[in-house]
Design a binder for this molecule. Structure first.
Ligand code: HEC
Length: 199
């Protein structure tokens, strides 16, 4: 015991050293704690910031989300090309795809369709995607004659603004990607459904 007492500084040094090694090796790191960790080194792990739709004591409106300054247009958001953005001609009729339909556009459309449309309309557009597999709810079969005959601009309009039970995708899908999806839907319709996918 006296031996230990005599060596207490050495013992303490070894204990602290071991702790440092354990923490460094991540043994303590992965453990769950209820309280936020003590921040010894004020680095960029902790960045004070506003979260969207939170309360702010700084802005007069009391909200962290601020409206755009009135009568201003964000860069690249002028939307001069009304045909591209609405899918309609200046006279109001639906247009054909205003983008050059080539392999690259169709490939892009296929990629985006897989993300945004497939869950409901199915890989080949027969209206039986994951939604149907899980809940037996069918979305529209994109191979219906009526939809084969409908103009590109109308499909663009449905993607943009939604229709009935289907919500609009104007926010998650940028305008050119929406037209790419239209091109891909046309491609799917032209290919038709394989025997097993028909309804
Ligand atoms: C959450 C499920 C869901 C997603 C995702 C979805 N749709 Fe739909 N879609 C529907 C349903 C349901 C209808 C039928 C709407 C109705 O008639 O009430 C529909 C209808 C349509 C129609 C037919 C419109 C008409 O004239 O009857 C088209 C075209 C269409 N969707 C294209 C798309 C495209 C392209 C995407 C991907 C960008 C997409 N949908 C994503 C559920 C979905």
């Amino acid at each position: 015991m006296t031996q230990l007492r005599r060596n207490r500084w050495r013992v303490a040094a070894v204990a602290v050293g071991t702790l440092v090694v354990l923490v460094g090796a991540g043994v303590v790191r992965g453990l769950p704690f209820r309280r936020p960790p003590i921040h010894v080194n004020p680095n960029m792990d902790d960045q004070p910031k506003y979260r969207p739709q939170a309360v702010s004591r700084f802005f007069a409106s009391g909200s962290t989300s601020q409206l755009p300054v009135q009568s201003t247009i964000a860069r690249g958001e002028l939307r001069e090309d009304s045909v591209l953005f609405s899918g309609r001609s200046p006279f109001g009729s639906f247009v054909s795809n205003p983008l050059p339909v080539d392999a690259a556009l169709i490939a892009r459309g296929r990629d985006r369709f897989g993300i945004y449309c497939r869950p409901c309309h199915g890989e080949f557009g027969n209206g039986r995607g994951t939604l149907y597999e899980r809940s037996k709810l069918e979305a529209r079969n994109l191979h219906e004659d009526r939809l084969k005959e409908t103009p590109d601009g109308r499909i663009f309009d449905v993607i943009t603004n939604g229709l009935g039970l289907m919500q609009g995708y104007r926010f998650p899908i940028p305008v050119r990607d929406r037209w790419a999806i239209v091109a891909y839907v046309r491609e799917l319709q032209a290919q038709g459904l394989a025997e097993g996918d028909r309804r």
